[in-house]
Structure formats: structure tokens, C-alpha cells
Design a protein around this ligand. Structure first.
Ligand SMILES: [Zn+2]
Length: 288
């Protein structure tokens, strides 16, 4: 993944340069003659780059897309450090989503489902390994091999992966860290957040940066709230209203985290079903 270069600062009475934000992932207009020669030689000599573009696009899809990327962070000495991990149990949330939809359509006392951390227990990686593990697991190093590969593939990890968040704050921090092109390329997001706490900054970021969003899926563990979950969670999801152009799926369920408590507050299927429908209608883009 491309990283933004650090802003240079000046001192000693020199007027500081005006801060400019790089908008493009890679500028192709600044290459030297030597770089241009390498660029042209690669295009002619590389067996990979001589393949028809549609074949290469298939290769990029298998190498760089089709995964769920978990994004979370930890706070160390006041600084948030992002942690990426590639999901080790692909498809498990698709299956869980179907299970919740089926469950909430029926009547009868609501069941309790396994909490998210248990479903994705195999996906956790240590903080020390987080960054390098993400790069190696998701094959992003291929983007560093040559300029043409980078031009063709740089946005694919954003376009063809599903980004899964455990905390709304991480959504904001992740979007702030991206170039505009990268953020606009994101098509699928899963929200598995444990708390409905959101900010106006998050609302502004998602509206200005998730312009390419097609699919939005929200798992909401409502246990512990009873029916009171609706106020705060409605407010949280309203930050994403009108963004999903293809599908919006809201999946409320009673999770197992609080089930050992005598005062466990579950929610009925009827309440969850009606609320999910109301939210989905809000999240889908007008005219979709
Ligand atoms: Zn996972």
C-alpha cells in the first residue's frame, strides 16, 4: 500500500512551503528519462506485461482482491497504530449474515449467537507483526515491482476487498490515512463495531470519501441493550445514510458476550427485523 511521504518542514526564518495534499496514488508525469526507458523496456520484455489486459486484470484480482481485511488499532503513548489482518476464515461472515436474516424472519424467542471475536479468533495477529504480515499476506509487494504494475494495480486492493471495522473511530482514522483516489475506490465495507459511538468528523469523512461505496453490511450485537439499542445505533448508522449504491444489509443479533449475566437483555426478532428494514432503507442510495 502506498504511504504518503512525510511533509517537509523548514526552519531558520525561511517561509514554510504551503502544505499541499497529494491527491494521486502515483504521478506518472515526473519520471526521468532513465525511468521512462525502464518503463518502456518492461512493457515490451516482461512476459506478464505482454499478456492481454483482461488476463492481467484476472491475475490482479486473485493476487490483490477478494479478501476481507480487518482494520483495528491500538493506542500506544497517545498515538493510534493501525493493525491490518487478512481474514483467515473467508466466507464465515457471509454465512453468519444468512443465518441472522433467516433467524430474524421467523417468530419465537430470539436465539443467542456467538460473538464476533470468536468467529474471527484465527484472524488476530500480534501488534509487532501487524504491518509486515498485512503486506505479505495480501501480496501488496507485487505493486512495488514496476511502474506499470503499480499503475494498473494500485487501487485494486481498495476496490476489490471488503474492509471490516470493529470500531467507528478506526473507520475515520483509516479514511484520513488514504489518498482521495484510494478512498474513492473502496466498494465494500463491513461494520462489526461493538459500540455505536460516532463523531461528526466520521460523518463528514464517509460522505466525502466513500463515494464509490457499493455494498455496506452492518453486524449489530444488540445484547445488553434490550430495545434501547435503537436510539444510539440508529444515530451511528445515520452517518452512512444514502451511501450504498448496490446493497445495504443490517444484521442485528443477540450476542453471547453478556449471556452469563442474570440481567441479560436480549431483543425480540420482531423488533430487530423492523429496525433492520428501517436502517437498510436509509443506507441505500436514492434511486438504487
Ligand atoms: Zn476474520
Amino acid at each position: 500500500m502506498t504511504k504518503r511521504k512525510a511533509e517537509s518542514t523548514t526552519s531558520g526564518g525561511v517561509e514554510p512551503h504551503k502544505r499541499t495534499r497529494r491527491m494521486k496514488v502515483l504521478s506518472t508525469s515526473t519520471r526521468s528519462e532513465q525511468q521512462q526507458a525502464i518503463y518502456e523496456a518492461n512493457a515490451v520484455n516482461s512476459p506478464l506485461l505482454r499478456l492481454p489486459p483482461e488476463i492481467r486484470n484476472r491475475i490482479w484480482y486473485f493476487a490483490l482482491g477478494g479478501r476481507t481485511i480487518h482494520i483495528c488499532s491500538f493506542n500506544l503513548k497517545g498515538r493510534h497504530h493501525r493493525v491490518y489482518s487478512v481474514c483467515q476464515v473467508p466466507g464465515i461472515d457471509d454465512e453468519f449474515a444468512k443465518q441472522i436474516v433467516r433467524h430474524n424472519q421467523l417468530s419465537g424467542e430470539a436465539e443467542i449467537f456467538e460473538e464476533r471475536d470468536k468467529r474471527h479468533g484465527a484472524c488476530h495477529i500480534s501488534r509487532a507483526m501487524a504491518t509486515t504480515e498485512y503486506a505479505s499476506q495480501s501480496s501488496l509487494n507485487v505493486l512495488r515491482t514496476c511502474r506499470q504494475v503499480h499503475v494498473e494495480g494500485a487501487l485494486i486492493p481498495f476496490k476489490l476487498n471488503d474492509f471490516d471495522f470493529f470500531d467507528f473511530g478506526d473507520v475515520a482514522r483509516f479514511l484520513q490515512s488514504l489518498f482521495q483516489e484510494q478512498a474513492h475506490a473502496i466498494e465494500a465495507i463491513t461494520l462489526s463495531c461493538v459500540s455505536p459511538r460516532t463523531t461528526a468528523t466520521l460523518g463528514k469523512l464517509v460522505m466525502t470519501r466513500l463515494k464509490g461505496l457499493r455494498q455496506l453490511r452492518c453486524f449489530v450485537d444488540v445484547s445488553g441493550w434490550g430495545t434501547a439499542f435503537r436510539t444510539d445505533w440508529s444515530n451511528a448508522l445515520s452517518r452512512f445514510y444514502g451511501l450504498a449504491t448496490i446493497s445495504a444489509t443490517v444484521l442485528p443479533y443477540n450476542g453471547s458476550f453478556w449471556m452469563s449475566l442474570d440481567s441479560y437483555h436480549g431483543c425480540s426478532r420482531e423488533v430487530m427485523r423492523a429496525w433492520a428494514k428501517e436502517m437498510e432503507d436509509g443506507l441505500i442510495a436514492a434511486g438504487s
